[in-house]
Each structure stands twice: as structure tokens, then as C-alpha cells.
Design a protein around this ligand. Structure first.
Ligand SMILES: [Zn+2]
Length: 375
């Protein structure tokens, strides 16, 4: 049976580059994972997602268990075949989205019962059920089932929640069992409390995982507080395993996280923004619906090699956005995902060559210029 593993190829400061090996392909790190919530990265064909440079996608347990259900996906050959993506897939545990999306939750030591946001039907998630669902989906990287309190929360609440998540991490490990070719990641909790982050890291290391996530950030605390936590939280996790920061983020969040020792991230931002007309370029953020673009024959970014930039003008992209044509979401999502992957490729090369600081300075300097002058 094919093996999994992580090899660090180079380090520059705290920033690392390496490769995660899975039977479905290699994942170059630092890696950005596009989010395929309902077994699709919205507005993108899987081969198009691959063309942007993505090595791995994220799928959402909560959404897929409700519709079309994990059992149905299993009967149809698993999530890779179902959505026509044969490369690695990471699935979350469902815990975070139960908290953020479902109605009428009841949390006990056993797990969470909740009502579906789709039809109000009643469901249960526990460490054991989450492991079962992620196995039915055929996920390559499985996440522990955890509880994540929204910040700000008081220290007692964060402590209780973290300790519950550590008990659930042990149950997740037990339920996951021995599955060669698949990886299980633990999730560090503890809010913005350094000692609780340390307690959580020790508990996870005692259980032993194939990778470790920094959980409970990017939940409203702001970039400064997040970076403050990332100044110490990744250092508490094993140096020889991948480190995954969940739900991050904007381009400058991603760069700041990699600088602090994070290897993997995911976020809906590039795809969701593509559907709302928000475009990320080397020179910051622009909104394609602004009238300044309606007569502009120039591309979004003349240095970008994506289909939106090589084939279409700002004027066209403005027009199809205003006309609510489907191609607008397709092209803007493609561009945003392409740009996010270019950031990752740029960081990987810079770390390998020992020039991350210079790369980062250039990244910030170019963004500071702002969008090109209107014609
Ligand atoms: Zn582009």
C-alpha cells in the first residue's frame, strides 16, 4: 500500500517548503487549498482548478453529509470519482460548520446534535461519526472532530472547549484506526491563550498525528491578534509534520502565516470573491463592477497568464459582471485562484532559494502601489 509522508526541503527563517506525499499525488507546500464545499469549486471545472496550480482541494463534511449524503457518495465510488478530481482531497470534520451554519444545536460530551440548515432534519456528529463520514467520502487527509468557540470567548469557555476537543481528538484517532495511504490531522485549540495552545499541542503530540492544524483562528479576532498567536502556536507543533492553518485567508494573511511556519491553508475567499466581482491582483484588490473599468481595454493584470487576463479586457469583465452572465463568475474565479496559487509558487521558490524576506518585501511594495491608474 502506498505510503504518506512529509519531507521538508528548505527553511528560510521560520518559512518552510516541502512536499506531502499521498497515493493520489504530491502536495507542494506551502499549499493553498481551494474550497469545494458541495463537491465543486463553484464556477470551475476540476481540470481548470488543477490548471491554476492546485495540488489538493478541500471538501466540507457538514455540507456533503446533508446533501447528497456520504453514504450516497460512497455508493457512487467516493468523492474523487463523484466530482472528477483524482488528486488529494482534505475534508474538514464538520465541527466548525455545525457551529456556524446549523440551527438548534445541542452539545454534549458524546457529540453534537443539530438541525440541517437545508431542510431542518435532525443529525448527529461525533468523533466516531465524523471519521465514518470522512472514510465514506474517501478523503486523503482527514481532520479530527473538534469544537471551536467563536472569539471573543472568556478563558473558562476556551479552556473547557479545548479540553473537550482534546478528548475528541483521542476518540477521532481511535475511530480512524489504521488506514495506510490516508492521513489524520489533529487540531490545536486554545484561542489566543499561549499556555492553553501549549497544553493543546502537548495533548495532540501524546496522541500522535500525521499532521497538525492550528484551529480556532480567523474567526473574527483580526489579523494582528492572529499573527500574535501564530508567532508561537506553530512552533509548539512537531517540526517534521505538516502544519495547517484552517480558514485563512487574504493574500497578506497567507504570506504572514507562511512567514510564521505554516505549510497549508484553505479559504473560500478567491472563489467567493470571484462571484461578487472582487478581484485580487499583485497590486491589491479591485472591484470589477466599478464604472472606471467600463471603457478599459487592459487586462486585470498584464503580468497574469490566466485565461481572464490573456483573453479579456476589464471592459468585457465589467460588462459580463453587470449583465450577470455566468462567464463572469468563471473568469474572475479562475483569475483569483490563479493569483493565489502564484503567491504560493512564489513563496515556495523564494524559500528554496533563501530569499523569502526579499520576496515578501516585493509582495508588500507591489500591493502598496494600488491598482493601475484609470485611463
Ligand atoms: Zn489573471
Amino acid at each position: 500500500m502506498a505510503q504518506t509522508g512529509f519531507v521538508k526541503l528548505a527553511q528560510d527563517g521560520k518559512a518552510r517548503t516541502g512536499v506531502i506525499t499521498t497515493p493520489r499525488g504530491e502536495i507542494r507546500t506551502p499549499a493553498f487549498m481551494p474550497v469545494g464545499t458541495a463537491a465543486t469549486v463553484k464556477a470551475m471545472l476540476p481540470e481548470s482548478v488543477r490548471a491554476t496550480g492546485a495540488d489538493i482541494l478541500l471538501g466540507n463534511t457538514y455540507h456533503l453529509m446533508l446533501r447528497p449524503t456520504a453514504e450516497r457518495i460512497d455508493r457512487l465510488g467516493g468523492l474523487h470519482r463523484f466530482m472528477n478530481w483524482d488528486r488529494p482531497i482534505l475534508t474538514d470534520s464538520g465541527g466548525f460548520q455545525v457551529m456556524s451554519l446549523s440551527g438548534l444545536r445541542k452539545l454534549t460530551e458524546a457529540g453534537v446534535t443539530f438541525k440541517s440548515h437545508i431542510d431542518g432534519s435532525k443529525h448527529m456528529l461525533s468523533p466516531e461519526r465524523s471519521m465514518e463520514i470522512q472514510r465514506l467520502l474517501g478523503s486523503d487527509i482527514v481532520m479530527c472532530f473538534d469544537e471551536c468557540p467563536a472569539l471573543p470567548a472568556d478563558r473558562d469557555r476556551i479552556t473547557q472547549s479545548m479540553r473537550l476537543s482534546m478528548r475528541w481528538a483521542a476518540r477521532s484517532r481511535e475511530a480512524f484506526g489504521d488506514r495506510p495511504g490516508h492521513m489524520l490531522f489533529g487540531i490545536q485549540q486554545g484561542g489566543l491563550e499561549q499556555d492553553l495552545r501549549g497544553e493543546s499541542a502537548e495533548a495532540l503530540k501524546a496522541i500522535g498525528f500525521d499532521g497538525y492544524a492550528v484551529g480556532g483562528l480567523a474567526v473574527g479576532e483580526g489579523q494582528e491578534a492572529m499573527f500574535g498567536c501564530l508567532d508561537y502556536a506553530p512552533d509548539m507543533l512537531p517540526e517534521d509534520k505538516p502544519r495547517y492553518l484552517m480558514g485563512v485567508g487574504k493574500p497578506d494573511d497567507i504570506v504572514g502565516a507562511v512567514k510564521r511556519g505554516v505549510d497549508m491553508m484553505d479559504c473560500v475567499l478567491p472563489s467567493r470573491s470571484g462571484r461578487t466581482g472582487q478581484v485580487f491582483t499583485r497590486r491589491g484588490v479591485l472591484n470589477i463592477k466599478n464604472a472606471r473599468h467600463q471603457d478599459d481595454p487592459r487586462p486585470l493584470d498584464e503580468a497574469c497568464s490566466c485565461p481572464a487576463c490573456t483573453g479579456y479586457s476589464r471592459a468585457y469583465l465589467h460588462h459580463v459582471f453587470r449583465a450577470q452572465e455566468i462567464i463572469s463568475s468563471m473568469l474572475l474565479t479562475w483569475h483569483n485562484l490563479h493569483y493565489f496559487q502564484e503567491i504560493m509558487a512564489g513563496m515556495r521558490a523564494a524559500i528554496a532559494e533563501g530569499r523569502f524576506d526579499a520576496w515578501e518585501a516585493e509582495f508588500h511594495a507591489t500591493r502598496a502601489l494600488g491598482d493601475i491608474e484609470p485611463l
